[in-house]
Design a protein around this ligand. Structure first.
Ligand SMILES: Nc1nc2c(ncn2[C@@H]2O[C@H](COP(=O)(O)OP(=O)(O)OP(=O)(O)O)[C@@H](O)[C@H]2O)c(=O)[nH]1
Length: 382
């Protein structure tokens, strides 16, 4: 009997041991994480061995047209130049303070010597220059003298005199057309940093907006980035840029561009040039060469000098140096937005005897406007 109990005991221990072993193994088996829903989709074919998609089969069979190459970025449509100065009026807010200041003083009941002196100070602070300031004050004194009868309308008189000073008779049309089959050639000069390359890019947009074909020459070979900058401007409106090797000869780039312009029958070639030259002789040699070389192909129809309106008297000195080196035919005044120095328009025209043809009023692509004396004065007077 004892023997029977012993056998039953051993059998029970054996059963318990086997049960424990099974439980432990089950616990040690790692849990398979639950697959997220998307992984539950039918298995994908390994990369590189994809089965042809139904559309591809259809394309090969000539049933469906092949999908087009990724589309080139759409070309921009630049704003027509005529509406720009009006749109950008408020950008002259800084200079507008001049107009408001003058009107405030001229509307006083009594125009005494202190008032005239304050008017003179305002004009000088706006960079109009000494001689034009004196002329304007003289004219205003004469016209606003009350000689019995009704007091003249100060605003109307000031508007008229300012317009006269800016000179509405100057020819401000850009000469962008050549004679016969030759393209117009616009040479853009000026010190680096004044906004020259930006101006060439914006000018390309003006030409495109006027339905002209154009070609740009990246003859500012001093700064590689200037070429890239120009290429970006051109791409946006479908205008090509002719470039040369970095630090290459600017005259050769200009020559190539104008030659291509002639061969392709382009309307206008715009040539960007370098301005970072050590001295006047270097500047003269380089710009002289660029112009001479261009003119083997076609005459230069316009030489635009780019000046930064915020540089005041310094800008005027630069302007003089350039005008002694090349025959400047028009001025582009950049950065007039936010500058209180709108009077520089008058000063620079007086100094050089050359009209301001374009004004830069911001960093937007179409923030370059053809200049107009009356619209400018209206913007000043607010
Ligand atoms: N606010 C304002 N900024 C302007 C205007 N015109 C140009 N700029 C800015 O002035 C800076 C200099 O312009 P660039 O065109 O590179 O000057 P640059 O004279 O060509 O200089 P380089 O390329 O070195 O020859 C840029 O940041 C332009 O966006 C303008 O009318 N208003």
């Amino acid at each position: 009997m004892e023997w029977l109990y012993l056998v039953i005991g051993i059998a029970a221990v054996g059963v318990l041991a086997i049960a424990g072993l099974v439980t432990t193994r089950v616990r040690r088996t790692p849990r398979v994480p639950e697959a997220p829903a998307d992984v539950l989709a039918p298995p994908t074919t390994p990369v590189g061995t994809e089965a042809p998609a139904a559309e591809d089969v259809a394309v090969e069979a000539g049933v469906v047209e092949a999908p087009a190459e990724p589309a080139a970025p759409a070309l921009e449509t630049p704003e027509k130049p005529a509406s720009r100065l009006v749109r950008l009026r408020q950008r002259l807010a800084g200079s507008n303070a001049l107009g408001r200041g003058l009107l405030g003083l001229l509307s006083r009941d009594k125009l005494d010597e202190d008032t005239w002196e304050a008017i003179e100070d305002l004009l000088l602070a706006a960079d109009i220059g000494v001689a034009p300031t004196q002329e304007l004050v003289e004219r205003l004194r004469t016209r606003l003298r009350v000689e019995g009868g009704q007091a003249p309308d100060a605003r109307a008189v000031l508007r008229e005199e300012l317009i006269n000073l800016v000179d509405p008779t100057m020819d401000r049309a850009l000469k962008v057309s050549g004679e016969g089959d030759a393209p117009g050639v616009v040479l853009v000069v000026g010190v680096n940093g004044t906004g020259k390359t930006t101006t060439v890019g914006k000018l390309a947009r003006i030409l495109v907006a006027d339905d002209r074909t154009a070609l740009l020459a990246a003859a500012d070979t001093f700064r590689a980035a200037a070429t890239e900058q120009l290429a970006t401007w051109g791409e946006r409106v479908g205008v090509e840029v002719v470039r040369g090797p970095e630090a290459g000869d600017p005259a050769s780039v200009a020559f190539d561009a104008v030659k291509q312009g002639v061969d392709r029958g382009v309307d206008t070639v715009v040539v960007d040039t370098a301005g970072r030259l050590q001295n006047k002789q270097g500047l003269m040699d380089e710009l002289g060469k660029v112009k001479r070389v261009i003119e083997k192909q076609a005459p230069v129809t316009e030489v635009l000098l780019v000046l930064d309106a915020t540089t005041g008297q310094n800008g005027l000195i630069q302007a003089k140096v350039f005008s002694e080196v090349v025959d400047v035919t028009g001025i582009v005044l950049t950065k007039l937005d936010g500058s209180a120095k709108g009077g520089i328009v008058i000063a620079v025209q007086r100094q050089l005897g050359v009209p301001v043809k374009l004004v830069g009023l911001g960093e937007g692509p179409d923030d370059l406007a053809p200049f107009d004396a009356a619209a400018f004065v209206d913007a000043l007077l607010g």
